[in-house]
Design a protein around this ligand. Structure first.
Ligand code: MF3
Ligand code: CO
Length: 252
């Protein structure tokens, strides 16, 4: 069931999303050679709690940290660790969210650690742009499937591939709500649910340089590309208003 948000709920979601975005910004600023992913995770958690929120990934289905930090060939759900030091040239995907007053925010971005290869930079830029292509397609009157169509056509035209196993989602009193928001077109599925004012969704393309196939490591969480090539991930929580899509995950 897709739950539409009232004006009162939107106001709370804006704060949850602002906290999420501020924490992501703080985490991204900490990305530099020599820093451990556990240090970045602590910064993010401190930021969220300082603003009166709670890290909403922590304990979600047993997830042990505030942020997912996924490096290079890691696609999503990398677990922060004291043993994992960032190195110059890494691309670092950070995904995190905050719960505030009963509502969730969710966002992600990929950050460059020091100087990265032109190939990695182009993957990051294309993935970020594909998120905005998806957002521009998220207009009332359209359909959920328009978002995936926009993302997929943009990235495939540039030679990249779209991860299939994970998708965007509705956001509200739960981190993951209906509807699912795929970043690709599902053949024979149709265009999906209609987009109507009041919907809040997270759009989150995961884009690979090589094959779209991924696998999960033995830790049960970390997803890596099947061919070892890099991957990037960007995510915003957005609200479908009468006047078009509104990005909620802006740092204040
Ligand atoms: N990264 C997921 C999303 O953006 C949620 C994280 S699941 C967790 O929807 F278990 F890692 F928290
Ligand atoms: Co999400």
């Amino acid at each position: 069931m897709i739950v539409l948000k009232t004006g009162r709920e939107l106001k709370i979601m804006k704060e949850a999303c602002s906290i999420s975005a501020g924490a992501l910004e703080a985490a991204g600023k900490a990305v530099e050679p020599g820093v451990t992913t556990a240090e970045i995770d602590r910064l993010a958690e401190e930021y969220i709690r300082r603003r009166g929120g709670e890290p909403n990934f922590k304990n979600y289905e047993g997830y042990p940290a505030t942020a997912c930090i996924s490096i290079n060939n890691e696609v999503i759900h990398g677990i922060p660790s004291e043993k994992r030091k960032l190195r110059a040239g890494d691309i670092v995907s950070i995904d995190l969210g905050a719960k505030f007053d009963g509502y969730h925010g969710d966002n992600a971005a990929t950050f460059a650690c020091g100087d990265v290869s032109p190939e990695a930079k182009r993957l990051m830029d294309t993935t970020r742009e594909s998120l905005y292509e998806g957002i521009r397609a998220a207009c009332a009157g359209g359909r959920i499937g328009d978002i995936g169509h926009a993302v997929q056509s943009y990235v495939e035209a540039r030679g990249y591939s779209v991860v299939r196993q994970f998708v965007g989602h509705g956001v509200g009193t739960h981190l993951h709500e209906a509807p699912e928001v795929p970043n690709y077109v599902i053949p024979h599925f149709g265009r999906g649910a209609r987009l109507v004012p009041g919907m809040a969704i997270a759009i989150e393309p995961m884009i690979n340089l090589g094959t779209r196939r991924i696998r999960v490591l033995d830790d049960g969480w970390t997803c890596v590309t099947a061919d070892g090539k890099p991957s990037a991930h960007y995510e915003n929580t957005i609200f479908i208003s009468e006047n078009g899509p509104e990005v909620l995950t802006n740092p204040e």
